[in-house]
Write a protein that binds this ligand. Sequence first.
Ligand code: HEC
Length: 420
Amino acid sequence: MRFSSLTLAAMAAAAVIALPAAAQDAPANVTFTRDIAPIFQRSCQSCHRTGSIAPMSLLTYEEVRPWARSIKQRIESREMPPWFIDRHVGVQGFKADKSLSDAEIAIVSTWVDNGAPRGNPADLPPPIAFDDMTKWNIGEPDWVVEIPEPFVVKAEAADWWGNLVSDSGLTEDRWVKAVETKPTEESFPVVHHAVTTAIDPDGEAAFLNEYALGKNGDIYPDGTGRLLKAGSQIRFNMHYHAIGREITDRTSVGLTFYPKGVEPERPIYALHIGDNEDLDIPAGEADIRHDGYYHLKDNITLTVFQPHLHNLGTRQCIEAILPDNSVQSINCANWDFGWHIAYNYEDGVAPLIPKGSVIHVISWHDNSDANRWNDDPRNWAGFGQRSNDDMSFAWLSWFTMNDTEFEAAVAAREAATDND
Ligand code: HEC
């Protein structure tokens, strides 16, 4: 076979097994001011500050100290920061990755075990300046589409998940260069996530963008872009979380376009693949697996992986079955219904997958009472559109390449990997 596992050689090389956190050394005299504060600035504070979405602020020593035990537990279980890629399987290297390394987890754990000492105040790094929430990170958009009506989140309310659909108002097809979804300045503390999908006039859906705090929007690489068809609708999948005061939201999606008549060389496609609508999730069972498949007709560079499951989902893996029948894992990610995270590959590691491959999507569900999202473990569960029904598929984004381009991309990747 011309395309063998060699094609994915760079991916295999990336799957280095790291040591578990406990096995790594952390300096013995860890202090908050010198060692911990910089980690929290990078990985926690965008959410953990007054007015943001997390329940408590983690800016100062006084704020952090009472949470030390809980912090240790949440970071060791990798529930915090919310980022669920399995670091021991498949491709590593994502844009906007604020997750902690095993070494950082070891440092924070050691600090907690040592009684969470403050350290020398002079070591404290200067506070970070947070982005102005009203600013579009993609620049001033050409086109803005809001949720259809203002959405009121009462002071006290259960979490709300659901879809809100707006007309895009586009009367001609346009190529999108950048896209960003964002709440308003007032509403960002109640908007846990907002995932936007474009639905074309034929009813075909394509994942557009995902808002989660700290994300900057997607600016597609030069020469690539997304086609948004005239008459498309925008679906906002929202998760609202009440914060004790009534807040009105008007989340919107901003788009910048290529000039009229300019078509990018490489369209980016976003597809849901490996859909399995025949889910059988027996009552009370904890570890139920389903499989889905997608046959690739083109050579691709995979740019984004976003698992999609509902309440009972716990984990999803994707792998490529290559034309020679060898199998390469691409990634696995745990799933928590509270967070919808799109994992954007760094350009230098984005998987190159040859045409004729099959992408295999493997999903796991937990219908036992151990799953905190489970309403009632006595019920059988199956496929459906409501969030208390279940689903399993992966949103993938990619661009295609002809054979010559693909071989060149593989050769360039191998040369880069050999130099490492
Ligand atoms: C993307 C936003 C975000 C980031 C980044 C983030 N958190 Fe959180 N955190 C939350 C939210 C929202 C909650 C409450 C919901 C939950 O528990 O999942 C939370 C809950 C917690 C809790 C549990 C609080 C409780 O009530 O028991 C701890 C501890 C915590 N975070 C620590 C951290 C630490 C430490 C970091 C950085 C290493 C971090 N978080 C990064 C959003 C975030």
